[in-house]
Design a protein around this ligand. Structure first.
Ligand SMILES: Cc1cc2nc3c(=O)[nH]c(=O)nc-3n(C[C@H](O)[C@H](O)[C@H](O)COP(=O)(O)OP(=O)(O)OC[C@H]3O[C@@H](n4cnc5c(N)ncnc54)[C@H](O)[C@@H]3O)c2cc1C
Length: 405
């Protein structure tokens, strides 16, 4: 039995003010000076990348997505994506953990509707650099995040909830969890709320190990979750709205950014390999150069897709309210977000495969500087993080009702 994360006194107050260099520069520093060094060990031991996450805390990057007036970094989704990408280039688990945390924070930032408890909690994230995890999937509904079996029960100003979660990434390491459940015992499966489970108000019973092909450092076993606390922990907006306006778009953009980091890193190794071949036989074009050119065009396609959709999302969110509400809930935008996830989850595997074929046995060996085995294993998680077939099915329905312009 793993009890809820203990308060960590060392984190109660920030040791220093946020450094005055850009968020991306701080992320690159964490990536290169810390995440890179521990990435192989994190993968080998399937352990939490604690050094990189601590470094992110020291750089105040766990509050990068929180508005400045609350003490955060005020980063928009494009900047948050570049941070995920930079981290994932060195350690995909770190990049993905960061992405998952930022998605949870965004749900609170964008949907707390000025509720006093959540305003205070956001300031707390900034001061104590709290790490948030997600409990959306559930035994019995799988990855269908818009359906819950678990239900919140409210009584006398308090809530209780129990949930059998299939997967909670870094659940045992997180400082708080955001959990989906039906709004009440009588609510329909799709009538959901999002509840913040604060430290000391929940317990986790571990139900499986996490010995996986890839993304081993995310430490994402199954847990039985039990929680109880004041009912102001329930976000005052239906999860249907939070999901379509924030959780899904943020997930698809930031996951894609992390996968872009994996693909970029694998291709950098392939490029270094081809250059090494070129140096060994001056005057001759190495055999891998053509494959490298092909892969580089795939990487550009992936990168353009990620940045174009992230930028479009950012531009829509800064429009005046009335316009922005319609645009954010449009079918066309939902399709675009889903298409981004499907395309990048496939491209990342394709690009890493190409890098492997360019590097040959040097890419296949785990002890080589050109190794891409970890990249390939991590990349294969992309299609499963909400199964692509589920998303294709959603798109099939959306396309039937999409109006022509
Ligand atoms: C690295 C990683 C970290 C994760 N972290 C978290 C986390 O922190 N919190 C969390 O809540 N979840 C997390 N998940 C997601 C979670 O693990 C899965 O969504 C959930 O466990 C369901 O997994 P599943 O493969 O059984 O998917 P399911 O969606 O149940 O799919 C199982 C199979 O059925 C097929 N299928 C299902 N539905 C359809 C459909 N409508 N049409 C066609 N085919 C369908 C799928 O293609 C697949 O082959 C994570 C996943 C990964 C890979």
């Amino acid at each position: 039995m793993v009890t809820s994360t203990l308060d960590r006194p060392d984190r109660l107050t920030a040791a220093h003010a946020p450094p005055k260099i850009s968020l991306l520069d701080r992320a690159r520093r964490v990536a290169i000076e810390t995440a890179r060094i521990h990435a192989d060990d994190v993968d080998k031991q399937a352990r939490f990348p604690r050094e990189a996450i601590e470094a992110l805390r020291k750089e105040h990057l766990l509050s990068a997505g929180i508005p400045r007036e609350l003490g955060g970094g005020g980063a928009d989704i494009v900047e948050l994506g570049t941070i995920c990408e930079a981290l994932a280039q060195e350690c995909a688990a770190t990049g993905m953990i960061y992405a998952m945390h930022v998605i949870q924070v965004a749900c609170i930032v964008r949907h707390h509707a000025n509720a006093p408890f959540f305003g205070a909690f956001l300031r707390d994230i900034c001061e104590r650099q709290l790490l948030l995890a997600s409990v959306t999937s559930e035994v019995g509904v799988g990855g269908e995040t818009r359906t819950s079996i678990a239900a919140v029960v409210r009584e006398a100003g308090r809530y209780t909830v129990e949930k059998n979660a299939t997967t909670i990434s870094y659940g045992a390491e997180a400082d708080a969890l955001l959990l989906t459940a039906r709004a009440s015992a009588n609510a329909a499966p799709g009538d959901q709320v999002l509840v913040l489970l604060c430290s000391g108000e929940y317990s986790l019973e571990k139900k499986s190990n996490w010995d996986t092909l890839g993304m081993r450092g995310t430490c994402s076993p199954a847990f039985h979750v039990r929680a109880s606390g004041p009912d102001d922990r329930i976000l005052p907006v239906p999860f249907a709205t939070i999901s379509s306006e924030t959780m899904v778009p943020y997930s698809h953009i930031l996951w894609s950014s992390a996968w872009l980091g994996i693909a970029t890193s694998a291709l950098a190794r392939a490029r270094a390999f081809v250059r090494m071949q070129a140096r060994s036989k001056p005057g001759a074009v190495p055999p891998g150069a053509l494959r490298l050119a092909e892969a580089s065009s795939q990487l550009q396609l992936m990168s353009n897709n990620v940045y174009e959709v992230a930028d479009e999302w950012h531009r829509l969110t800064i429009r005046p309210d009335a316009e922005h509400d319609d645009a954010l809930s449009s079918i066309a935008l939902a399709l675009k977000m889903n298409n981004l996830k499907i395309a990048t989850s496939q491209l990342v595997v394709d690009i890493v495969n190409r890098a492997l074929s360019i590097c040959g046995i040097h890419g296949y060996r785990n002890d080589s500087t050109f190794a891409v085995g970890r990249h390939l294993r991590d990349a294969h998680s992309a299609a499963l993080m909400v199964a692509n077939d589920r998303i294709y099915n959603n798109n099939a329905s959306l396309l039937l009702v999409l109006k022509d312009d």
